[in-house]
Design a protein around this ligand. Structure first.
Ligand code: SF4
Ligand code: SF4
Length: 445
């Protein structure tokens, strides 16, 4: 059977074998959690608790009045020790609420919804916001905003993203195998909110058990959804690529999926939506893959948000002595980690530890104009030019060559024979362009 996919892209070794057959284990409750006030795209939250306060699991501890934001909840029962800056997996120090576990676990749930099918959509959106749900595939965009497109956008299709194309990661794969019913329920709720009839589930063909399980339960539960097995290719999990793979619709430059009538959500997000709407549970936990040849016992773990990475590694028999690098989120788009005190945040889908055998120290050479980066870029950009314009601080050129359309997938850097850190340059270029535009706007004001 010919499998659907998108144009361009690449095929990195997937290394899923370390953890794909490891059933999800629930990590025992941590002694301490560190919950950043910002774990989402949008406005940061303000703390609603202070040092010494006793909090229950699920209690609202930080919120924002901004629409594009997502509240934070206590992920364990205990006492607020302090609200200070701690190491964040994105590489900086960020303000976090530190809770120490104390006493028996007690839950504070959301307002209960009796029957979601008969509940006004506004109320369901409010519940999803109150639960603090964001895109758990790593994008961390608030889900209540995504499920509430402007009136002038007509949405006709919903795609559930079960692609998980980053090498090594298997959290979504295991969730689909073990929690298919709850994921499908979350998908049905989201489609109900959007008033959409056509639902697709995109899963890459390297997850045969997940495809079979989802197909079986879709039929048995009578959902009108279509499971779409996809050819394995990176970065198919990016929304624009997935929409093309499943529906053959192209999202134009500077446009969003809703501009072509589609909303995409990740399987872990669907799971969280089902828990919030049908069990009144706010987002206080997630599944994360701990893997790589540098981990003694790779695992998929259900963990409380805010748990320090070191606790996760302890549960996996710790890292090996010759670990060379640790990433959060996979090697293509992930961030290198320097502090194992950093906590699990809403966007943490995996932590990968690799030894020197799998990571070479790369020397950078001048560009040889081979064009490999251009041929690979799924967004049809010219990474070599973007990198050069950034170095030369040519902001007008950065804009006209569409730097803001880069999805930072890392494909260009992966194929570059000169080992030029193209994505890092592009990230810097985006910052320079934003600063340049802000300066211009100020001058013209
Ligand atoms: S330029 Fe951006 S979108 Fe294109 S391959 Fe590089 S990182 Fe991916
Ligand atoms: S892949 Fe690397 S060497 Fe080849 S054109 Fe692009 S930047 Fe230059």
């Amino acid at each position: 059977m010919k499998l659907s996919t998108f144009k361009k892209g690449l095929h990195p070794e997937d290394y899923k074998y370390f953890s794909h057959d490891q059933a999800i284990e629930t990590l025992p409750l941590p002694d301490d959690v560190y919950l950043p006030l910002q774990q989402h795209i949008g406005a940061a939250c303000e703390p609603l608790v202070k040092k010494g306060d006793r909090v229950r699991t699920g209690q609202l501890i930080a919120n924002s009045s901004s629409y594009v934001s997502a509240p934070v909840h206590a992920s364990i029962t205990g006492v607020v020790m302090d609200i200070e800056k701690y190491y964040h997996p994105l590489g900086m120090r960020a303000t976090m609420i530190h809770i120490r576990r104390e006493g028996e676990e007690e839950w504070e749930l959301l307002e209960k919804i009796q029957d979601w099918k008969w509940t006004p959509k506004e109320k369901l959106l409010e519940t999803i916001r109150n639960a603090g749900i964001v895109g758990l595939g790593g994008a961390t965009f608030p889900t209540h905003v995504k499920l509430n497109p402007p009136d002038d956008k007509t949405i006709d299709s919903f795609i559930l993203n079960g692609v998980e194309c980053e090498p090594y990661l298997t959290a979504d794969d295991r969730l689909m195998i073990e929690q298919s019913d709850k994921i499908l329920l979350g998908m049905a709720i989201m489609m109900h909110i959007l008033d959409v009839q056509k639902g697709y589930i995109g899963i890459e063909n390297n997850k045969p058990e997940a495809i079979a399980r989802m197909q079986k339960r879709v039929v048995e539960l009578g959902y009108p959804f279509k499971v779409v097995p996809l050819k394995v290719k990176y970065p198919q999990g990016a929304e624009k690529m997935l929409i093309y793979s499943v529906l053959k619709r192209k999202v134009p430059y500077s446009k969003l999926p809703m501009d072509v009538g589609v909303v995409v959500n990740n399987v872990a997000t669907a799971f969280a939506v089902a828990e919030a709407v049908t069990e009144a549970k706010p987002l206080v936990r997630r599944v994360i893959t701990l893997t790589g040849d540098g981990v003694n016992q790779p695992k998929n773990l259900m963990v409380r948000l805010g748990t320090p990475f070191k606790d996760l590694f302890e549960a996996c028999g710790n890292v090996k002595d010759d670990v060379h690098r640790i990433f959060m989120g996979g090697p293509m788009m992930g961030m290198t980690q320097y502090h194992l005190e950093s906590p699990v945040v809403k966007g943490s889908s995996g932590i990968v530890a690799v030894t020197g055998e799998l990571v070479e120290e790369l020397t950078t050479f001048p560009c040889i104009r081979c064009g490999a980066c251009v041929r690979t870029c799924p967004m049809n950009l010219m990474p070599l030019r973007l990198s050069k314009f950034t170095q030369e601080k040519k902001c007008e050129d950065l804009e006209s060559y569409g730097i803001m359309n880069c999805i930072e997938c890392g494909s260009c850097a992966f194929v570059c024979p000169a080992n030029i850190p193209l994505v890092q340059w592009i990230r810097v270029g985006k910052i320079r362009l934003r600063e340049h535009k802000a300066k211009k706007a100020k001058e013209n004001a």
